[in-house]
Design a protein around this ligand. Structure first.
Ligand code: AGP
Length: 616
């Protein structure tokens, strides 16, 4: 939440900062701002609304400086106003600061600073931190061995409770920038005599693929020629420069109207990438390089616990189902946000998996830390190399689906479903699954990109259905077993991007309450694939139809329904149970996407949401 970008180098900072902000806009879009060092002072512009508003505003300034910082905001402290937009300046105008995170003890610090004569223009916690740096700077002897600027930032941060990714500039230190992180992501891009700090690789990838992933508690001091990393306690840190494996192409729309659309259609390739090199030579099981667990250790696991938030939690629910169904081992999925405070009794030898696309979700990170604190091994299914979760887990499985920029998760979700299915196979083959069943399962996994492609070909028809239903204000999504989580996901997708009220339920639960909502005004989306409970699902659809509820039915090719039962039928190919959730997800992604477009919603930047939720 919130994106920050800072630049030190030879080019005009404002151009690079605005370009970076556009790429980080998915992190928050309440307001945006930038500040540049020029003519011995800080020049700045900030505006509520999208980065586009800031771009217009910036034209009224003559930004020529080569050092600057910028921010796109997802409001926490203080309303969405120009005054609360970042950057914030200290009341002596000696510092400008951008911040992603929450300073929890800002109110006591503010009280102290007011007593010292500092004044405030905004309601934000960030302005407090900026003035605290100014306070330490004023107290710091001018001949301090290291940079006085750097040391003032460090001193201020030692008093701060909460989370931050910050970038600071100071006109008395021209050409310098100090950035630091705790609990919020921060990456340093290392270019040729230029450096960019940013909350996400997307903001700097068009300038350099060489990056340093800063760790919590680290501070980087950047000049046009070099950078130094240290801790708040002044210990030097040797930097590790990594190379990002994807390039700017992956973060472009490439002709699609929205990133969500692009990412839906990228799924066949994304799924290929998630499974590449991950099958045994005999073709009967899945293998993973990063689990850091030997087969003997693996066999001793008596329970799997999957933790995640939002869409990632839905993937956890499917993983739970597949582990129990195929590996016959107890498994459970829990909201990471609940697990971290629930103090659940744990016994035996469980193995934890956290699922997170971004690797920065604070609740998932909190759950991970809680499980580790209790002495358990925690692995991750994660899409972001260098993320905090990737660093703090004991191992895991990277998704390799490339950057997911649309706020509504799509390709990361189906990739997590796939990895869950592969994990179930891996465990099943260590237990009771036969070689022949393993080979059949592997072939099903390998065939899933083609099946997804096949469903994507139905996009024009799903679009037509979406247009007919787009005026409704309530929807139910109903499914059973491994498709109950897909019902939850369908409902979440729809409400996230089109603001339509939607609920996901196990189909048989519908008659225990939600049936009261059914009328001609409330369509139900049913998952009714072939299988042993097909007839039960048909009965649930009958119950809806008996109450004049419109029914959109997603079913497998070859299934037949009594005439007139379904108002619209979307067919998916018949497939192995392990990949059914993946294949069944595609129609609801398309349905919600086209409904949102028909309602003229801002699909990639839905109101109130941010891509990675780094506050509790
Ligand atoms: C998905 O469409 C949502 N935007 C959201 O639920 C998301 O999946 C959740 O916040 C978890 O994010 P993560 O995978 O990055 O941890």
């Amino acid at each position: 939440m919130c994106g920050i970008v800072g630049y030190v180098g030879r080019q005009k900072a404002a151009t690079i900062l605005l370009e970076g902000l556009k790429r980080l806009e998915y992190r928050g879009y309440d307001s945006a701002g930038l500040a540049v060092l020029q003519n011995g002072r800080i020049d700045f512009a900030k505006k509520t609304g999208r980065v586009g508003n800031l771009v217009k505003e910036a034209k009224n300034h003559h930004f020529t400086g080569t050092t600057g910082i910028s921010h796109t905001r997802w409001a926490t402290h203080g309303g969405v106003t120009d005054a609360n937009a970042h950057p914030h300046l200290s009341s002596d105008d000696k510092f400008a600061l951008v911040h992603n995170g929450v300073i929890e003890n800002y109110s006591s610090i503010k009280k102290f600073l007011v007593s010292q004569g500092y004044t405030f223009k905004s309601e934000t916690d960030t302005e407090v931190l900026c003035n605290l740096i100014a306070y330490h700077y004023a107290k710091e002897p001018a001949d301090v061995g290291e940079s006085r600027f750097l040391e003032s930032v460090r001193k201020a941060l030692r008093h701060v409770e909460g989370t931050y990714g910050i970038a600071v500039i100071c006109p008395e230190a021209p050409g310098e920038l100090v950035a630091a992180r705790k609990g919020s992501p921060l990456i340093l891009g290392v270019g040729d005599n230029e450096f960019i700090v940013a909350s996400d690789v997307a903001a700097l990838i068009s300038h350099t693929q060489n990056v340093v992933y800063l760790k919590d508690g680290e501070v980087v001091h950047v000049t046009p020629k070099e950078f130094f990393i240290s801790t708040l306690d002044q210990e030097d840190v040797s930097p590790v420069v990594d190379r990002v494996t994807w390039d700017i192409e992956a973060a472009e729309l490439n002709g699609y109207a929205h990133f969500m659309e692009k990412e839906i259609f990228e799924q066949p390739a994304a799924l290929e990438n998630s499974m590449r090199g991950r099958f045994s030579e005999d073709g009967s099981t899945a293998k993973f390089g990063g689990l850091n667990l030997g087969p003997v250790e693996f066999r001793q696991i008596d329970r799997f616990v999957f933790l995640g938030c939002g869409t990632a939690w839905h993937a956890c629910l499917v993983a739970e189902h597949l582990l129990e169904r195929f590996a016959r081992v107890p498994a459970e999925a829990d909201y990471a946000s609940e697990f971290r405070y629930r103090n659940a009794p744990l016994s035996g030898n469980p193995l934890f998996f956290v699922f997170s696309q971004s690797g920065e979700t604070i609740d998932t990170l909190g759950a991970l830390r809680e499980a580790k604190r209790k002495g358990y091994k925690v692995l991750a299914v994660n899409n972001t190399v260098g993320s905090t979760i990737a660093r703090e887990t004991d191992g895991g499985i990277y998704q390799y689906v490339g950057p997911e920029i649309g706020v509504a998760s799509t390709k990361a979700f189906t990739s997590q479903l796939l990895i869950g299915a592969m994990l179930a196979l891996h465990v099943a083959r260590m237990r009771d699954m036969s070689f022949a069943d393993g080979v059949e399962y592997v072939n099903a996994l390998k065939g899933v990109p083609a099946l997804v492609r096949h469903v994507l070909e139905q996009a024009p028809r799903i679009k037509e259905i979406a247009h007919r239903y787009a005026h409704h204000t309530d929807f139910l999504f109903l499914g059973r077993l491994s498709l109950f989580p897909i019902a939850l996901e369908g409902a979440l997708k729809l409400k996230e991007i089109s603001y339509i009220h939607a609920e996901g339920y196990p189909a048989a639960e519908m008659k225990h309450g939600p049936i009261a909502l059914i009328s001609e005004k409330c369509p139900s989306v049913f998952f009714a694939p072939k299988g042993e409970i097909f007839n039960k699902l048909v009965s649930s659809i009958q119950e809806v139809k008996a109450r004049r509820g419109p029914a959109i039915v997603i079913t497998t090719e070859g299934c037949e329904f009594p005439p007139g039962l379904a108002d619209d039928i979307i067919t998916i190919p018949d497939c192995h149970e392990a990949v059914l959730p993946i294949v069944a997800t595609i129609p609801v992604q398309l349905l919600s996407y086209y409904i949102a477009c028909a309602r003229k919603c801002d699909v990639d930047k839905p109101r109130n949401l941010a891509k990675s939720v780094t506050v509790e």
